[in-house]
Design a protein around this ligand. Structure first.
Ligand code: UD1
Length: 416
């Protein structure tokens, strides 16, 4: 088991370089099988990516690695069932539904894994596939999806689900005729995927809007893309800077993807300076309490809700966070309370009375962003915090320990 130990109250200074976005990369790797050869650059070195490489290898693709550049050759890809052994490795394994449908018009795949942050049904994905002409059978948590022919359709999503938008997009690229996805998710990671698919010769219009138009095409070229910078990783380190930084420079950031976080930090009087592709953050005195609600992009991201909660622990006054996307994304709270935080959960809302002294304790990570939140709290707590089950953190944050050590955090990763 891996654990992280943090000795709190250090001042962070220096530079942190942001990696490629996990949530983009986990869609781009499955998308690579829509063509014979694809090159994906700026891929983060995280365990979710290694899991996708395992699935690609299992299916018969050749994956070559050169630093952060992956070349995926899927000429010899076979339509094999993606069993639970592979599908449970990560949530994004379900992007092989859309990708394999596009490639073979059929796929057998077991339920995806991923963090337990709520119910996480996949009804919107499946209903979208049905509209494209896919027949679906489900038995013992395994789905068999099959279409004689994928046919373009007009699909309105009941909710702008990121995963469903990506999956339907993948399948529709090779459908006959035109598909329209209405009420589509607009997250920047979807734009990154659209650029990748268009580089292969797909005809997708409407990037960054909630109506996507896909003209199905059969012939695709070789694909090329660079993964965009990870806005959630960037947001996490910006919060670290505001909590305990001194001119902490967060590099390789697209501030346009972080507007909601930046606006709220400014409203709180946080000491941040925003430049074209980097952000400077420093420990801010007299931060104002706020009310925040998680929303779909461009609203405040649910993936930053838990890290942001840790910032609110040092703010004098009462703050509120309403979580509207996932009902079970408060598993960090019990541990923050053990560390001395005053937080009440009322239905979907956290009421945080800040500026209580935090003391290092032994805490356990339940999911990726909960782990990030506990590391942030540990950075400002008195004494040593031991964070167990950090495997969840390592699936989404590239080199988090060495990145934080390099800016003078006292943090170590241990195998116990
Ligand atoms: C993606 C991100 C995740 C982020 C989330 C919301 C990836 C790999 N993960 O997850 O980090 O927290 O977007 O920004 O990109 N829903 C349904 N039925 C469905 C699909 C979704 O009810 O078929 C619900 C979910 O339970 C949830 C909400 O819709 O309440 C949002 O889910 P969705 O946008 O699909 O998130 P993911 O793609 O799973």
């Amino acid at each position: 088991m891996k654990q992280i130990k943090v000795v709190g109250k250090q001042i962070l200074s220096g530079e942190i370089e942001i990696s490629g976005a996990k949530n983009s990369a986990v869609a781009l790797l499955p998308a690579a099988i829509l063509t014979t050869e694809a090159v994906i650059d700026n891929v983060p070195n995280i365990s979710d990516i290694r899991a996708l490489e395992d699935i690609l290898n299992y299916l018969g693709a050749d994956v070559y690695k050169e630093g952060s550049k992956l070349t995926i050759n899927s000429q010899k890809l076979k339509n094999k069932p993606i069993t639970e052994e592979f599908s449970s490795l990560l949530r994004a394994s379900y992007y092989f539904m859309g990708a394999m449908l596009a490639r073979f018009k059929e796929v057998t795949i077991s339920l995806p894994g991923g963090c337990q942050i709520g119910d996480r049904p996949i009804d919107i994905h499946l209903n979208g596939f049905k509209k494209l002409g896919v027949k679906i059978k489900e038995e013992n948590n395994t789905y068999v999806l099959k279409a004689d022919k994928l046919i373009g359709a007009d699909i309105t999503l009941p909710f702008p689900s990121v995963g469903a938008t990506i999956n339907i997009l993948l399948a529709s690229v090779k459908a006959v005729g035109k598909t329209i996805i209405r009420n589509a998710a607009k997250e920047p990671e979807i734009g990154n995927l659209i650029d990748f698919l268009n580089s292969m010769g797909a005809k997708i219009k409407g990037k960054d809007t909630d109506v996507l138009e896909i003209e199905g095409s059969l012939l695709l070229n070789e694909g090329n893309i660079s993964v965009i910078s990870d806005r959630i990783e960037a947001g996490t380190y910006i919060l670290a800077g505001v909590m305990t930084g001194k001119n902490l420079k967060i590099k390789n950031v697209n501030p346009n993807h972080l507007t909601s976080l930046i606006n709220i930090l400014k409203e709180m009087d946080a000491d941040i300076k925003v430049y074209d592709n980097y952000i400077m953050a420093s420990k801010s005195e007299n931060l104002k309490p706020v009310s925040v609600k998680t929303e779909v992009y461009p609203g405040f991201p649910t993936d930053l809700q838990q890290p942001f909660t840790s910032l609110l622990l040092i703010v004098n006054g009462t703050s509120y966070i309403k979580e509207t996307i996932y009902e079970n994304r408060f598993q960090n709270i019990a541990y923050l309370k053990e560390m001395g935080a005053d937080i009440e959960i009322v239905n979907d809302t956290l009421i945080i009375k800040g500026a209580r002294e935090l003391i290092g304790k032994e805490v356990v990570t339940s999911d990726l962003r909960a782990g990030a939140a506990l590391i942030l709290a540990a950075l400002v707590a008195k004494g040593t915090t031991t964070i167990k089950e950090v495997k969840y953190v390592l699936r989404g944050y590239e080199n988090i320990v060495s990145k934080l050590s390099a800016v003078h955090a006292k943090i170590v990763l241990e195998d116990v």
